[in-house]
Design a protein around this ligand. Structure first.
Ligand SMILES: Cc1ncc(COP(=O)(O)O)c(C=O)c1O
Length: 307
């Protein structure tokens, strides 16, 4: 490792998110009104917008919500789609995370139509979308839970456009490839989704919880707008203080953004990207070793870090 890498991967840099989490616990700020957590609120606004702009570099006004993880992010993605259309029929690959099915159940949506997949097969998806009517939401996965596969996002986005369907991409696992100059191309098409699940307690070196839901336009979050007298006093609203209830389904909520911000400050995009690269390269090395070992059978070449 170079001196720069040694500095990046030094123990203090790795310990940063845990120290930040301890500070967040000690300060115990709650993100349900600005006056309880002014610094954390400003930090959250800055970091979520920055991360959303990584997903949606062409805007128009990217933003992200902080969640408890992939499950809540997927649920929010489906909820926002339902609010745009009244109801939606979800179509997903057989390898989609179970939280997609659970979210559909919870939100009173029809049972998702499941398309056979290793990765989601565009021909099978085309057929399903042709057969279905009404508002449709395709859920693609960038990093499946079992094997880390990435669905063919550009082809899926094309099909969605052709059939007038919306697209949500669950990039809970694969999203951090965005930080790697070498690997971010594997996520081409991500920015064509109406919403994207990210989860930095998977491939982002964060303690739980560190989920996000990114959208290309802040205006898409309007359905979550909600106020309560004790958290939105008239004089606060008149003073222009933001309504934080509209940034989550939760009320009291930890400033989970602090550890993410501290990690970004300690490692930077290139530092995080280097960790992603190193992890994926190690997975490939393990796969090489398995291939050379007659007693072992390799299921498939790794896409991410799963072997
Ligand atoms: C692809 C994918 N989406 C969503 C989730 C759910 O994430 P969480 O457990 O953080 O709610 C997982 C968890 O493994 C996952 O692999």
């Amino acid at each position: 490792p170079t001196a720069m890498e040694r500095a990046r991967f030094s123990r203090p840099a790795f310990a940063a998110p845990y120290a930040a989490d301890l500070a967040a616990s000690a300060l115990n700020a709650s993100m349900d009104s600005w006056d309880q957590a002014p610094a954390a609120s400003e930090l959250e606004a800055a970091v979520t917008r920055t991360l959303a702009a990584e997903v949606y570099p062409h805007g128009p006004d990217p933003d992200a919500l902080v969640t408890t993880g992939g499950t809540e992010s997927n649920q929010l993605g489906l909820l926002l789609a339902r609010e745009r259309h009244g109801s939606v029929q979800v179509v997903c690959g057989a390898g989609a995370h179970h939280s997609v099915h659970r979210a559909a159940w919870l939100l009173g949506l029809p049972e998702p139509v499941t398309v056979p997949s290793g990765v989601l097969d565009p021909a099978a998806l085309d057929e399903a979308l042709t057969d279905l009517s009404g508002p449709l939401l395709v859920v693609a996965t960038a990093g499946t839970t079992d094997t880390g596969r990435i669905d063919p996002l550009p082809e899926i986005a094309d099909l969605c456009e052709r059939h007038g369907a919306e697209l949500h991409i669950d990039a809970a696992y694969g999203g951090p490839l965005l930080f790697s100059a070498e690997r971010r191309g594997k996520l081409a098409g991500l920015d064509r989704a109406h919403s994207v699940t990210l989860d930095l307690h998977k491939l982002g070196w964060q303690p739980v919880a560190a989920g996000l839901l990114a959208v290309p336009d802040r205006a898409h979050l309007a359905p979550l707008g909600h106020t309560a007298d004790y958290l939105n006093a008239d004089d606060d609203t008149e003073a222009g203080l933001p309504d934080l209830l509209g940034r989550s389904l939760r009320t009291t909520r930890r400033p989970d953004i602090l550890k993410i911000a501290v990690t970004l400050r300690a490692l930077g995009r290139t530092g995080l990207g280097a960790l992603v690269d190193r992890t994926c390269a190690t997975a490939r090395l393990l796969a090489d070793l398995i291939e050379k070992t007659p007693r072992l059978e390799l299921y498939e070449r790794p896409t991410l870090s799963t072997v």
